[in-house]
Design a protein around this ligand. Structure first.
Ligand code: G4P
Length: 287
């Protein structure tokens, strides 16, 4: 399976983002906690230069709690200020506020030494599609936010949202495109819904997922689809067939509808109905 997809317009977007970067003090990089490295854009280091950076492990509610801790530790060891969040929850924003403060400590200190007090931190949210950028901005800004109006130099009608005395947020998130030469990364991103489903096809995607679940979360297959160990050991194609049977996915003439079963499995995964699942760990061979 080959996944190669880097839309031309992303090159333009990357250029625009480089411009916007000049306006901010802090880059809030949003990753998907279920596959933090695969959902990270490798250009981000170059794009954000020496700006303060905060890494958010979003959709932590859908990821394995044990794995979340391991990933948090991993990013801390890389020197990143980090927090895990469910961007839909307002209550998860308080730790983010603290993390923002921590990430910007040097800048605040510099300002203070120059006699500048209370200049808000200007922040920008970046991440690949579907990672939760807009959801995060809405929760973080809340209802109390007020737009501050256009400023010179801010392109494309971008506006700043004044969040508090401390933070101003660029209201349009920066969309990054994942770069995946590695096909395993492509598969994981497709599972997360960050690349179009059609690129890989539902059936193939579901087989990839079933294989991974059997390896790391066999109990979920038993629980959700009543797949016995013997059935699981027969491999993903057999599992999908059994799921189609179990869930009554049939076409005219009683033929099993594997495409429908595949969609069902993927939807179950994406919505969290399969439980909290993480697709990769730091020192694991990617796969
Ligand atoms: P984007 O701007 O980065 O493209 O992502 P966006 O905020 O649109 O979020 C993509 C989907 O992920 C949305 O669901 C959103 O509700 C969901 N989401 C975002 N953050 C979290 C999180 O921390 N946990 C969970 N469980 N879901 C999250 P959707 O189905 O596309 O839309 P909706 O029906 O929920 O509105």
């Amino acid at each position: 399976m080959q996944v190669q997809w880097y839309p031309g317009h992303m090159t333009k977007a990357k250029r625009a983002m480089k411009e916007d970067m000049k306006l901010v003090d802090l880059v809030v990089e949003i990753l998907d906690a279920r596959a933090p490295l695969s959902s990270r854009n490798p250009d981000i280091d170059e794009l954000s230069g020496n700006k303060a950076r905060l890494v958010l492990l979003n959709k932590a509610d859908l990821a394995d709690a044990k794995a979340n801790k391991i990933w948090e530790q991993y990013f801390l060891e890389q020197g990143c200020i980090t927090a895990r969040v469910d961007a839909r929850k307002r209550s998860d924003m308080k730790p983010v506020q603290n993390a923002v403060r921590e990430a910007c400590r040097e800048k605040t200190e510099r300002d203070r030494k120059r006699g500048i007090k209370n200049r808000p931190v200007r922040a920008m949210v970046v991440g690949i599609p579907n990672v939760g950028k807009s959801t995060f901005i809405n929760s973080f800004a809340g209802r109390a936010c007020a737009k501050t109006g256009n400023r010179p130099g801010v392109t494309r009608g971008n506006q700043w949202i004044r969040l508090s005395k401390e933070v101003e947020l660029l209201d349009t998130p920066g969309i990054l495109w994942p770069k995946f030469e590695d096909e395993q990364v492509g598969i994981k991103l497709a599972l997360l819904g960050s690349v179009k489903d059609e690129i890989l096809g539902m059936e193939e995607l579901s087989l990839e997922l079933l294989g991974r679940l059997e390896e790391r979360y066999p109990e979920t297959l038993e629980l959700r689809y009543q797949l016995t160990e013997a059935e699981r050991k027969e491999g993903p194609v057999h599992m999908l067939t059994e799921i189609a049977r179990f869930r009554n996915c049939v076409l005219k003439g009683n033929e099993l509808d594997l495409e429908k079963a595949a969609r069902l499995v993927i939807d179950d995964f994406r919505s969290g109905r399969l439980g909290a699942i993480t697709l990769e760990l730091p020192d694991q061979e990617q796969g």
